[in-house]
Design a protein around this ligand. Structure first.
Ligand SMILES: *[C@@H]1O[C@H](CO)[C@@H](O)[C@H](O)[C@H]1NC(C)=O
Ligand SMILES: *[C@@H]1O[C@H](CO)[C@@H](O)[C@H](O)[C@H]1NC(C)=O
Ligand SMILES: *[C@@H]1O[C@H](CO)[C@@H](O)[C@H](O)[C@H]1NC(C)=O
Ligand SMILES: *[C@@H]1O[C@H](CO)[C@@H](O)[C@H](O)[C@H]1NC(C)=O
Ligand SMILES: *[C@@H]1O[C@H](CO)[C@@H](O)[C@H](O)[C@H]1NC(C)=O
Ligand SMILES: [Zn+2]
Ligand SMILES: [Zn+2]
Length: 610
């Protein structure tokens, strides 16, 4: 849920046909870079440059496409653009061009190319300038291949830059198996995720704006569209008004007795990424976490950080960055203080939260929660370019923590915001994470993610046996309807001795319906139980594997999954989804390492062999 916007500092656009031929594309990069240079130097756009820009300008309806998933000539076009603009920015900086001139150049290109409106271009460029310049200035080796090899990693823009190659030391002894008997007593876990509270939300406001997020106070209402923001939220790229946040939390508390623990898997802040501030984010974080504490009282909440929490969005600095303006310290400090003061986390978690936003604790004997900050792997985290190797030592820490848990006979739940196989998670990080899961899958009884806002799950197959399912990551969906989704949360029933998840309830409401009667609270309902919905006797590896194989073979449960994926929201379900479209959801379930499509390919062969 990011769109084209986050690429702005380096620019991004669609160009008409260009071959993927290396010399031809290198030629195009050189031409464009030179044109930008000439333009900055002389202050006039050549006719040639004007023509190129005219050709490249994107239609407004394409502003929200996910450009990381393009293929063919569009992908190679993006690659050319990425390299040209990056090369131009780096060269402008290294030849002493004033900062304001560089900024104005990028804002100008962004606006002329119709990537976003002028205020959005300006906001994103201004917010990101300090970090981008710091990185260019402090590592003279950085070039356009490093940048585009990260951003466009799935489009083979550059052949795997060596900069991003590293490995984790993983214990090589065979897994130490422990057997635990189910207790017959259950543990009730509530997962809340992706609130995206918008302090500027205005019921009746403009739901059809030109910015990446709508329904906000101050947005142009005379633009000729008639879309009005709903009272409880809106399908059209809008986040959540305060009264809807409160309603959701109140409902959870009223509806469910005996919640044993709560996982909050990140993203409190709205999608107004061009106008965030440290003060604004702090206010929202305090307000939302205070409310959760208020409503749930002594029930323990185990929260993690989402990619929207920092300012600017997505940027998590390495901890040797001491400059207060660039550092992420303010955020880690704030979260550690809040979470520890509420009594949710013990003092022992402070050190790693301050180091990189991650922690571990054991709420009960035999049970460990490991909360990671995997937002560092997001390809929009520019700091990856500067320090790519295992940011803040987190994955090595994860390995060490799991080894210790294995020795202590503990069962583990891992909380992480971004699903590890997401195409926007940097390949090396994603691959190493999956290696760790492979070694410790016998003690990791479940993983919990958010970020995509969809009701979905991912399964891990053994790296040495494509047919052996060894782990599962459940995605909590989202409270925000952003974009074109109904709001939801989940209740997990786990065994209180083995910590294995036995069933899941997905609770949601119909947003269209809720907005018809603004004066009434939304009608939350239990949409389905996982076991019933997919006709399973349990949620064991075998059972999950069976439904995935069935889906790959075209069973109607794939359509059920597809409907749940969008939380029954009409805008998506009214679109046609044919067989290949449906099959892509199977591929998505089984892809847990962003650079490794083997599992996806394997399930395609299952489909075609029957
Ligand atoms: C690459 O493109 C150049 C320029 O268009 C052309 O001359 C050359 O034959 C192409 N090479 C290949 C291998 O397609
Ligand atoms: C609002 O949108 C209309 C139509 O697109 C435009 O003519 C007008 O200048 C905009 N007003 C502002 C304040 O941006
Ligand atoms: C873990 O379990 C094994 C086998 O049941 C036992 O021998 C060992 O003492 C246990 N270790 C700890 C730290 O409880
Ligand atoms: C799933 O597979 C792992 C790894 O092989 C195993 O340790 C675990 O017991 C299995 N869990 C279930 C619920 O089937
Ligand atoms: C949601 O509510 C609207 C309005 O009441 C209704 O038309 C629509 O069918 C409902 N959607 C679902 C999936 O029930
Ligand atoms: Zn989110
Ligand atoms: Zn997110």
């Amino acid at each position: 849920m990011y769109g084209i916007l986050l690429f702005l500092t380096f620019g991004s656009i669609i160009v008409p046909q260009h071959g993927a031929n290396i010399s031809a594309s290198e030629f195009a990069v050189t031409t464009l870079t030179n044109e930008i240079f000439e333009w900055v130097k002389n202050g006039v756009m050549s006719q040639k440059f004007t023509n190129i820009i005219g050709d490249l300008a994107i239609p407004t309806e394409m502003q929200r496409i996910d450009w990381t998933k393009l293929s063919g000539s569009k992908a190679s076009a993006f690659c050319i653009i990425c390299k040209s603009l990056t090369k131009a920015i780096i060269n402008l900086r290294r030849t002493g061009t004033p900062v304001e001139v560089i900024q104005q150049t990028v804002i100008n290109l962004c606006t002329r190319l119709n990537l976003q409106t002028e205020p959005v271009c300006r906001g994103v460029v201004n917010l990101n300038t300090p970090v981008v310049l710091y990185i260019i200035d402090n590592d003279v080796t950085i070039n356009e291949h490093d940048v585009c090899g990260l951003l466009l990693q799935d489009q083979m823009c550059v052949s795997s830059p060596l900069r991003y190659e590293w490995t984790i030391n993983i214990n090589t002894e065979p897994p130490k198996l422990i057997t635990k008997q189910p207790s017959q007593k259950s543990l009730k876990i509530l997962q809340i995720t992706d609130l995206h509270y918008d302090p500027l939300y205005e019921p009746g406001g403009n739901a059809g704006c030109d910015e990446p997020t709508c329904c906000r106070r101050g947005q142009n209402k005379t633009g000729g569209n008639t879309l009005k923001a709903g009272y409880w939220g809106d399908f059209n790229n809008c986040d959540v008004p305060w009264h809807a946040v409160v309603d959701a939390l109140d409902h959870m508390k009223e509806q469910h007795q005996n919640i044993d623990l709560i996982y909050f898997t990140g993203d409190v802040i709205d999608h107004g990424v061009w106008e965030t501030s440290r003060e604004g984010n702090t206010k929202s974080l305090v307000k939302n976490f205070n409310k959760m504490k208020d409503i749930f009282g002594d029930t323990q909440i185990y929260p993690i950080v989402g990619n929207h929490e920092p300012n600017p969005v997505n940027l998590f600095a390495p901890n040797d960055i001491k400059d207060d303006q660039l550092s992420t310290r303010w955020l880690y400090q704030l979260l550690a203080d809040l979470w520890i003061n509420y009594g949710w986390l013990p003092e022992s978690t402070r050190e790693t939260i301050l180091r990189g936003g991650y922690y571990t604790l054991s709420p009960q004997e035999g049970f460990r929660i490991i909360a990671i900050n995997n937002n560092v792997c997001y390809v929009y985290n520019w700091w990856l370019i500067y320090k790519p190797n295992d940011p803040s030592g987190q994955l090595q820490w994860l390995e060490n923590t799991l080894l210790k848990a294995e020795n202590d006979n503990e069962s583990v739940h891992i909380l992480g915001h971004i699903p590890s196989g997401d195409s926007t998670c940097q390949h090396t990080w994603s691959r190493e994470y999956r290696r760790i899961i492979n070694r410790y899958s016998h003690i990791i009884t479940a993983q919990f993610n958010g970020h995509t806002h969809n009701d979905e799950f991912n399964v891990f197959y053994d790296l040495n046996d494509k047919t052996k399912l060894i782990n599962v990551a459940w995605n909590g969906g989202s409270i925000t309807p952003y974009a074109y989704l109904n709001p939801n949360y989940k209740i997990y029933i786990a065994d209180s001795n083995t910590y294995v998840v036995e069933d899941i309830e997905t609770w949601m409401y119909n947003l269209t319906n809720a907005n018809e009667t603004p004066e009434k609270r939304p009608l939350w309902f239990n949409s389905y139980s996982f076991k019933n919905e997919y006709k399973l006797s349990d949620l064991s590896n075998e059972s999950l594997n069976k439904i995935i194989v069935d889906m790959a073979k075209g069973s109607p449960i794939l359509e059920v999954y597809h409907k749940n994926f969008f939380k029954h929201a009409a805008p998506e379900l009214e679109k046609e989804c044919d067989k290949p479209c449906l099959q892509s959801y199977v591929c998505r379930i089984v892809t847990t390492s962003s650079d490794n499509m083997n599992d996806c390919e394997y399930f395609k062969t299952i489909n075609s062999s029957t």
